[in-house]
Design a protein. Sequence first.
Length: 378
Amino acid sequence: MPSYGFLSTHPPTRCGLATFNSALAAHLTADGTHAGIVRVTDRSDDQRAGPSVVHTWSTSNPAGWRDAAAALNAFDVAVIQHEYGIYPGTDGEDILPLLRCLTVPSIVVLHTVLRRPSAWQKSLLEQIVAAAGAVVTMTDTARARLLVSYTVPPGKVTVIPHGAAEIVGAPADRRARPHLLTWGLLGPGKGIEWSLRALARLQDLDSTPTYTVAGRTHPKVIEHQGEAYRAGLHRLGAQLGVAHAVDYQDAYHDQLALGRLIRSADVVVLPYDSREQVTSGVLIEAVAAGVPVVATAFPHAVELLAGGPGLVVPHQDPAALAAAIRRILTEPGLAARLAGRIRPLAADLRWPAVATRYGTLAERLTAARPPAVSAVSA
């Protein structure tokens, strides 16, 4: 088995990429395979390095990519998480010289594929794909967008879904009243305000729902805006008369606590404002857990939920959001039918299956690598 060097944000940083990279690394190396993390940090991050971190690339270091590339070259394959905002330079352009300095095959995982990129973002992503050994998108939608809107070789692009934790065995904490749930880091664009307005439209139900909003405010939002978004949600809930029904859990739950919370939900609500989001780890976790989902029509939701385990509604439309939630809570058999549609697919979304596909891709890249040429003295 090849050894793996991972480049990404990583715990104790709390963000989607860090969580994803941590889970992927853990499952790819569960059999004892050698690996190490090259962790990307900025000034706002907790700088403590975990035991698997072999090098830290601080974004304040203008030439930090050189040492990061050298650290990755100590492994057989480099697995690189890509998002425009995490690497130094304009739109994270410093990832490009790093890729070009690698002497080992690389797998670049694209967490965002913009539909309308700037000219530089388009050029940068095309150059990243050209420099990578292979590229992974997590949805067919993202792959199609990449092939249509960017000039990239189709043979380099593989679709591997975002992994989901196994929470079926987590204790169920069933509640007396219907329970709605949204979780993840908070900030503008999360759309919680639309869920609050939808909740206000559901107060006529015989058993009125409760709504849990679980997650801390995103560190970058706190850095620039403080807790203004969360405070605004509290004010809106009070104005709508639903504050008593909303539980804000300002915490970063571990997997066991999150599993209990997900299994307690009757509906997971994803009211995101984004029309670009081609990957949502929260969506995958909810679907894999078999909980019905109501989501706005961001691309990943449209792909995964159409005809599947949830309902898709227009953006910023609390009436439509409330109507969909009402259907799941009141229409006989609907929740069970929605949950049942995912069971044949759930195994493929679990992290062990996802990691196996990454392992297969890595082995293909290493097998195709030309053998090293050793110097022969005269």
